[in-house]
Design a protein around this ligand. Structure first.
Ligand SMILES: C[S@@+](CC[C@H](N)C(=O)[O-])C[C@H]1O[C@@H](n2cnc3c(N)ncnc32)[C@H](O)[C@@H]1O
Length: 180
């Protein structure tokens, strides 16, 4: 497992979105980086001697196997394989979950075409790259890609909105405006 899979969301991004959505479940986290009191994930991770990989330790609760609805979910998926998380986000939104979170802005990938395109809202983060937070004891490495925040509304709301909205958000300088 790559160390980048453990990158935490910086509070300056999470807090602005939490002000709007009031998250009740972090669907993939550890005890150390969870953004909500309720979370799914390994109890903790151990950084291996190479400094680049981690091992999960403790009681593991698989966020991909657990229900998310009817929570308002925060989802910053493991960087190396976001696809299954976006697929789950879409499925859970059909069952009543709201799911929000950042992913790499990479429309050339299959996971983006298949699942990011199913989000109710795609928000391009402009003006500053998001610098994610490394686990304690690991030197921060920079994020080389831009990010988007995906919003999957629950089915009823999604139907009311009836089509996907796209917008730009100058996230460092402005609060998030909920356009649902
Ligand atoms: C990119 S980090 C995000 C951490 C935190 N939620 C945040 O936003 O700062 C992804 C997290 O998902 C956890 N994770 C990986 N596979 C998981 C799984 N199957 N179920 C739950 N959590 C998982 C990793 O341990 C890691 O902490």
């Amino acid at each position: 497992m790559s160390i980048r899979d453990e990158w935490g969301t910086p509070p300056e991004l999470f807090d602005k979105l939490d002000d709007v959505f009031h998250f009740t479940l972090d669907v993939c986290a550890t005890k150390e980086n969870a953004k909500c009191e309720r979370y799914y994930g390994p109890e903790a991770v151990h950084v291996n001697d190479d400094g680049k990989t981690v091992t999960r330790i403790g009681n593991f609760v698989d966020g991909l196997a657990e229900p998310w609805a009817p929570h308002v979910c925060w989802m910053n998926p493991p960087y190396s394989d976001p696809g299954p998380w976006l697929e789950k986000a879409y499925g859970e939104s059909q069952r009543g979950a709201t799911v929000v979170g950042p992913v790499p802005n990479d429309p050339s990938t299959r996971w983006w075409v298949n699942w990011a395109m199913k989000a109710s809202q795609i928000v391009w983060l402009i003006g500053a790259r998001v610098q994610f937070v490394s686990p304690p004891g690991i030197k921060a490495s920079s994020n080389t890609s831009s990010s988007v925040v995906l919003v999957y509304w629950p089915e009823a709301k999604a139907k009311a909105a009836s089509r996907q909205t796209k917008c730009f958000w100058n996230w460092k300088h402005k609060p998030f405006e909920n356009r649902s």
